[in-house]
Design a protein around this ligand. Structure first.
Ligand SMILES: [Zn+2]
Length: 711
């Protein structure tokens, strides 16, 4: 215990450090908000995956989902996609019929944590003997599932889909924000985990109950070989991510702060010396080993600086010998392939000087204002929680969550109705609505919450499809309005705009006007963040500053305080203004539209439009129909300003230009001003500039140049 008698020497610095971190958003509230947000996304993805009958489950790991990050760290999102179609067995007795089986095994020459995966016959528990170009031949004629080829396959799929990719370790990605890892799940308790659970520990951490829980966690095999291995193209790495997440979730706020501080020091101080040689995973491992070594009662806020020094002691010992042990898997050196021995010496000297100078070096930190806060004269000057930042982080988490969930629901919806007749699409939609109800009735607390949201979002499409059918059959319109009322509260705009669009399409213009004025009032009441559930993101969506201006959380009932794009499926055609319908089927438009029978045409596509653009467009149509030219022109002005002032922020710019062009054209016809047709053509050209291919503007321009059949 004598080593631990001096924490009070550091009390003042500890309080100062702690306040500086809270100012950067490392608070109980934000840590929990980050974790809850990602767990909700996981639950939602899981449910949607089931609705889509997908055999894949997605997990979010790393700093963002653990809550061990700050805005200045700019941590990316690590997503692990576990392939549920493949059953990984450890011996032949585990073979399952009607499944794609593979067998994991160790070869004596393999580095620790690495496994090989043997191909297995589909019809019997025997080794696969025919390669068919899919497998890699290993010694003793064993056919293996290659890890390098698997990564290449993921890269190709991603490149085809997104047009750009990069790769790092086992992960492949299409953006700087997200890292994706393909993985196979291992449900059995493997010897490496068994050994870790049973190993002798100096303290009482992790507690026995937590270790018992860890026994039941699924582990993963990810396609990456050891950096120094000759067989790394066929090696798969055992990754106990779920156990690591469990351990991180069990930490108290002081332990989290230690971890975040180390990551900040890594980015700001260490990596200028070792150029990326220290990773977030190293920092996490240092903290976990230090927690095991230092008595539990010392992990308190007033000891933070002392505890950080203990972490640095752990780190300098490892750097001295060039060995960073994996916290769970024995025999692994996490410095392999990351940190060169020549660099270790310089870093070792630097860390010793940090400890000797009682952490004075932390004042050099240039991330999240930590260095500045430590240099302040009084603790009071830094001891105010930055409310604006806290709100900003919470709003961004909510925005990202809703965007991700909505995008997944949208893809799920497109998949179940794709290429179906109206009847079959309705039937499929009803089926997944019923599944949502089952989740709501029988699921866990978080599944019930998510299932309710998904149900309301999916219901809004169901309602609009029914309304479209009612218009086609000329049934009673009151029934439609009642249907719409049930789904208005998904967000501020999208379903209210659908109702307005329905009323415009059926000629109930006065009623449409009431709905549109209500939407305008809601949009004017306070700043509302626009969100694209179709999967598009603009620059401002990635910046935290954007979210300090908005409050996107729920305002009443289940309504998110956001303005989502309005999306129409082909089955909602009767609720969609004709010019917007053109956007649905952009290829082969000429052939289809020449029939001038939009119902007979096979609209295989869907259309999305920014909420405020669509509101002004509907206003233009409504005032036009009511013969109020002055207000109609005012709506046109509103639409023009909306596009000109927010060009960078619009998610569907080409559609916005096309609707504007159409309004200019109609104004030209209405006021018999020929100059406006040229102006309309120039607006369509701007649309083409923003999206040269697969754009309805092509058709509009050709029509204006000669074909005048359509008016
Ligand atoms: Zn959108």
């Amino acid at each position: 215990m004598s080593d631990y008698c001096a924490p009070e020497m550091y009390t003042a610095l500890s309080r100062r450090l702690s306040a500086a971190l809270e100012n950067a958003g490392v608070t109980e509230e934000i840590v929990m908000a980050r974790r809850n947000s990602y767990l909700m996304i996981e639950t939602s993805l899981d449910i949607c995956s089931n609705l889509r009958k997908r055999k894949r489950i997605l997990f979010h790991f790393g700093s963002q989902s653990e809550g061990t990050t700050t805005p200045g760290l700019r941590s990316d999102i690590d997503i692990l996609g576990c392939d549920l179609r493949t059953h990984v067995m450890r011996d032949w007795s585990q073979w399952k019929p009607k499944r794609k089986n593979v067998k994991m095994f160790k070869d004596k020459d393999l580095p620790p944590q690495q496994y090989l995966i043997q191909a297995v016959r589909q019809d019997s528990p025997e080794p696969e003997t025919e390669s068919k170009g899919k497998y890699v031949l290993f010694k003793n004629s064993i056919l293996l599932v290659g890890s390098e080829s698997r990564r290449k396959k993921c890269l190709n799929i991603m490149f085809t889909k997104f047009g750009r990719t990069h790769t790092s370790g086992p992960s492949t990605s299409f953006s700087d924000e997200v890292d994706l890892v393909y993985a196979l799940g291992v449900k059995d308790l493997v010897p490496e985990i068994q050994q870790w659970i049973q190993r002798h520990r100096p303290g009482n951490w992790p507690p026995q109950a937590l270790l018992e829980e860890c026994k039941t966690c699924m582990n993963f095999l990810v396609p990456v070989g050891h950096a120094d291995s000759d067989t790394n193209h066929v090696e798969w790495r055992l990754s106990p991510n779920l156990i690591e997440r469990k351990l991180m979730f069990s930490l108290n706020l002081t332990q989290i702060k230690c971890c975040v501080l180390l990551k900040i020091m890594k980015n700001s101080l260490f990596n200028s010396i070792v150029n990326g040689g220290i990773t977030s995973f190293h920092c996490k491992t240092i903290v976990l080993y230090t927690i095991e070594r230092i008595p539990v009662h010392l992990w308190q806020e007033q000891n933070l600086a002392f505890l950080l020094i203990q972490c640095l002691h752990t780190m300098q010992r490892w750097i001295k010998y060039g060995i960073c042990p994996h916290y769970i898997i024995k025999g692994v050196n996490l410095f392999d392939g990351k940190l060169r021995r020549t660099k270790c010496k310089i870093l070792h000297t630097y860390i010793l000087s940090l400890i000797e100078n009682k952490l004075q070096g932390l004042k050099q930190i240039d991330i999240d204002n930590i260095g500045m806060a430590l240099s302040e004269q009084t603790i009071e000057s830094i001891q105010h929680l930055n409310c604006i930042l806290t709100n900003g982080i919470q709003n961004k988490l909510e925005f990202d969550r809703v965007g991700r969930q909505q995008n997944d629901v949208w893809r799920c919806l497109l998949e179940v109705v794709e290429n179906k007749s109206f009847t079959n699409a309705s039937k499929n939609l009803n089926k997944i609505l019923r599944k949502c109800i089952q989740y709501y009735l029988n699921g866990t607390v978080s599944e019930r919450t998510i299932a309710e949201q998904l149900f309301i979002w999916l219901m809004s499409f169901h309602v609009s499809m029914q309304a479209s059918m009612i218009i086609q059959n000329q049934c009673h319109l009151n029934k439609c309005v009642i249907l719409f009322k049930q789904s208005l509260s998904t967000d501020v705009t999208s379903n209210r705009l659908k109702l307005a669009s329905f009323l415009v399409s059926t000629g109930y213009l006065q009623s449409a006007l009431i709905v549109l004025c209500d939407i305008q009032q809601r949009l004017n009441a306070k700043p509302i963040k626009v969100c694209c559930p179709c999967g598009n993101r603009n620059l401002s969506d990635t910046l935290l500053e954007t979210f300090t201006r908005y409050s996107v959380g729920k305002c009443s009932s289940n309504e998110n305080h956001m303005a989502l794009c309005v999306r129409f499926l082909k089955y909602e055609a009767f609720c969609v203004p004709p010019a917007l319908l053109l956007e649905m089927n952009r290829t082969g438009i000429e052939a289809e539209y020449s029939k001038l029978d939009r119902i007979q045409t096979d609209w295989d596509r869907h259309v999305s439009v920014d909420a405020d653009v669509f509101m002004y467009y509907l206003k233009y149509l409504t005032y036009g129909g009511l013969g109020d030219i002055r207000k109609q022109l005012s709506a046109l002005e509103g639409l023009t300003e909306c596009i000109q002032n927010h060009t960078e922020e619009l998610y569907h710019l080409e559609t916005a230009y096309n609707l504007l062009g159409h309004c200019v054209e109609m104004t030209g016809h209405c006021l018999e001003l020929t100059g406006l047709l040229e102006k309309a053509a120039s607006v369509y050209l701007m649309s083409l500039q923003s999206k040269p291919r697969n754009n309805a503007a092509n058709w509009h321009i050709r029509r204006l140049c000669g074909n005048t059949q359509y008016t």
